[in-house]
Design a binder for this molecule. Sequence first.
Ligand code: CP
Length: 319
Amino acid sequence: MDKLVAAEAWTRADLLGLEHLSAEEITLILDTAEQLKTMTGGCAGKLDLLRGATIANLFFENSTRTRTSFSLAARRLGADTIDFSSSGSSLSKGETFIDTAKNIEAMNVDAIVVRHRTPGTPHLLAQNVECCVVNAGDGAHEHPTQGLLDIMTIREQRGQIEGLTVALVGDIAHSRTARSNIWGLQKLGAHVIVCGPSTLVSRHWEKLGVEVAYSLDAILPRCDVLNLLRIQFERQLMRPFPSVREYALLYAMNGERMTRAKKNILIMAPGPINRGAEITPEVADGPHSVILHQVTNGLAIRMAVLWLTYCAANTGASQ
Ligand code: CP
């Protein structure tokens, strides 16, 4: 088996977000994910890197892609997995979040992957358990493995991130994916635009170094990549626009807008997608769409993150 790229250079036993990672650390995860994707024949095969380890998924919010791909990534690397859902658990009997996590950890768990509606939950958990903690989405704060898989997909398709113009379109205000993309893409040299209705995109985002835009049609000809974010009605107190139909008129990527985009534009979406809201079926299923490539790369990124954090927590495991 090939030796994985410089895993010994990774020193963090937790992955809580991309905000505080360096460009070199992000690149190391991307390189490791690419190598693991190759070594597993496109994420289809198995390796023994985490044989004997146990990974626990603690999901306190719904998930299809993140939960299944963390679980599969762990098993692709030979680890055992525990899948915990808040529904049906003893949380309903009054057990606290931290007590729940500590009891799971006491089953000799090496890493806890956590999704929670409250921002900062993974950080709180990391202060209270000894095992590795990986953030699988905390409220509207960060979704680091989503940001990484998006960046991996762009790099895979375009060869580099530096110099590209990437627009995040839609519900920026409630999007953890937006934040992780912004931190990661800017560190690697992309120009990032956030675009959507003013009720969902505040001028304050300029403080993060991004361009703020309110007209998709105005920015479209400059974009190398569009990442179309879902309108997260479940996180909104009030409807930010009169109807989905009016939102779609201004911000949905459709066949007509594709004729005004760059010839090699990449169409991305973190999923789940709402066909007819942020994207039409002809675009979601069209030749520029890499939405399902993102899902496959999610497996590679999650294998890389589980492996690197495990190595950092168990010095010498990467040798
Ligand atoms: N993109 C994403 O996080 O999808 P899930 O909510 O299905 O995990």
